[in-house]
Design a protein around this ligand. Structure first.
Ligand SMILES: *Cc1c(COP(=O)(O)O)cnc(C)c1O
Length: 379
C-alpha cells in the first residue's frame, strides 16, 4: 500500500505575483529598502486598517525593538507582558535594560489575564505589552483604561493578529504602537518580515529616523531637507525591496488567503466540537472572540496525553506542534522571575497543541486530521 504523504505543520506558498514583482524590483534598479514596494505595503495597511503610519521592518522582532527605543525604555523601567508568548516580545525590552514583569494567562484562553495587571503596576512601570494569541483579541478596553489611569504606554504584539478585530477596530491599531510579523508561519508572509504600526502621532517622525540608522534620510528623500545626517540612535530596520515585493503580492491576496484560512479553522472547529462537549479537550472560547484563521489549537488534559497525541498524529503522517515554553521558567529568565506561580501559562505550555493550518491544506485533509484526533480519544 502506498504510504500517505506527511501533512506538515506549515507550508509557505506563492499565491500571485510574488516572483514577477521581485523581477520588477530588480529591473527597476532599486532593491535596497524604502522603495516603491515598501511604500505600497505600508500604504495598503494604513488604508485598510487605519494605522496612522506603518514602517516595514525585517521582522516583528525588529518592530518590537523599535517600539522599545521609541518609548525610551531605560534600565530599571518595568514592562508588563504575558509569560505565554514568543521570546521576542520580551527580548526587545530586555535589550533596553528593562525589567520584565510576567502576568498569567486567562483560564479559557492563553491571552494575558487583564484582571491581574493592576496588582503588578509600580512607580517604575512604563508599558504594558499585550499579545493577541492566535489572533484572539485581548480585553483592550480594560487594558487601555488601565494604561490611561496609570499613565502607561500600550504596545500590541499583533504578530499573529493581522485582519483580526476588537469592537470593529483592527488589532494593532488600538495601543500606542503595534507590530505585525510576516514570518513564513504567519497568515501573510515574505519569509522574514514585519511592520511597525504607529497609532500615536508623537512617534511618527522619530520612528522614521530610528528605522533609517538614526539619520533623517527618509525626510531627505522626500525633499524636506537639503542634506541628511546623524540625528538620533537607530539601526538598520528596513528590509530589502525583494522582501517587500514578495509581501505586496501576498497583501494583494489578503482576502483570498483569509477566506481559505478561516474555512480551515471553521472546519476544525465543527469537527472537533463534540470532543469538547464530551469533556476530552478544551477548544477556543468563542464567547468574545472571532478568529482570523491564524492558528488552530486544542488543549489536552495533560502533558503525557499531549505527547501521546503528537505521536499518534505522527504515526498517521500529521505533524502537530506545541507552543510556547513559559518564558518565566526559561533558562534565561527563571532566576529573575519574582516567584509568582502563573498556573494558566503552565497549563497552556504543557497542554496546548497546534494543528496544521496553511493555505494549501485541503478541507478534506482537515477532516482527516480531525478524524484521527477523534479516534485517538474515542477508541
Ligand atoms: C512570530 C511572532 C513574533 C516574532 O516574529 P518575527 O517576525 O519572526 O520576528 C513575535 N511575537 C509573536 C507573538 C509571534 O507569534
Amino acid at each position: 500500500m502506498e504510504q500517505d504523504k506527511l501533512i506538515p505543520f506549515n507550508k509557505p506558498y506563492i499565491i500571485g505575483n510574488e516572483l514577477s514583482y521581485i523581477a520588477d524590483a530588480v529591473q527597476y534598479g532599486k532593491i535596497s529598502g524604502n522603495g516603491k514596494y515598501t511604500k505600497r505595503c505600508q500604504e495598503f495597511l494604513e488604508k485598510i486598517y487605519g494605522f496612522k503610519k506603518c514602517l516595514m521592518t525585517t521582522s516583528c522582532t525588529d518592530a518590537l525593538e523599535m517600539a522599545a527605543i521609541l518609548l525610551e525604555i531605560q534600565p530599571g523601567d518595568e514592562v508588563i507582558m504575558p509569560a505565554f508568548t514568543f521570546v521576542s516580545t520580551a527580548n526587545a525590552f530586555i535589550l533596553r535594560g528593562a525589567k520584565i514583569v510576567f502576568v498569567d494567562s486567562k483560564d479559557n484562553d492563553p491571552n494575558i489575564d487583564e484582571t491581574k495587571i493592576e496588582a503588578v503596576i509600580t512607580k517604575k512601570t512604563k508599558a504594558i505589552v499585550v499579545v493577541h494569541y492566535a489572533g484572539m483579541p485581548c480585553n483592550m478596553d480594560y487594558i487601555m483604561n488601565l494604561a490611561t489611569k496609570h499613565n502607561l504606554y500600550v504596545i500590541e504584539d499583533a504578530a499573529q493578529a493581522i485582519d483580526s478585530f476588537y469592537n470593529g477596530k483592527a488589532l494593532g491599531s488600538i495601543g500606542h504602537l503595534g507590530t505585525y510579523s510576516f514570518h513564513e508561519t504567519k497568515n501573510i508572509q515574505c519569509g522574514e518580515g514585519g511592520m511597525l504600526l504607529i497609532n500615536d502621532e508623537q512617534f511618527k517622525a522619530r520612528a522614521e529616523i530610528i528605522w533609517e540608522k538614526g539619520t533623517n534620510r527618509a525626510a531627505f528623500f522626500r525633499g524636506e531637507i537639503d542634506k541628511y545626517g546623524w540625528v538620533d540612535i537607530g539601526s538598520s530596520f528596513l528590509p530589502s525591496e525583494l522582501n517587500a515585493a514578495f509581501l505586496f503580492a501576498q497583501l494583494e491576496n489578503l482576502e483570498k488567503i483569509q477566506n481559505k484560512r478561516k474555512a480551515i479553522w471553521n472546519t476544525y472547529y465543527k469537527k472537533l466540537q463534540s470532543l469538547e462537549t464530551n469533556g476530552y479537550i478544551q477548544l477556543f472560547d468563542l464567547k468574545n472572540t472571532t478568529s482570523n484563521g491564524h492558528l488552530f489549537y486544542i488543549v489536552c488534559k495533560s502533558l503525557e496525553e499531549r505527547m501521546q497525541l503528537i505521536k499518534h498524529l505522527r504515526e498517521h503522517n500529521v505533524h502537530a506542534v506545541f507552543h510556547y515554553q513559559s518564558l518565566h521558567k526559561s533558562n534565561y529568565f527563571k532566576d529573575q522571575h519574582d516567584g509568582r506561580t502563573l498556573e494558566n501559562v503552565e497549563k497552556f505550555s504543557d497542554r496546548l497543541l497546534r494543528l496544521p493550518l496553511f493555505y494549501e491544506l485541503s478541507l478534506q485533509e482537515v477532516e482527516k486530521i480531525s478524524t484521527i484526533i477523534t479516534n485517538f480519544y474515542e477508541n
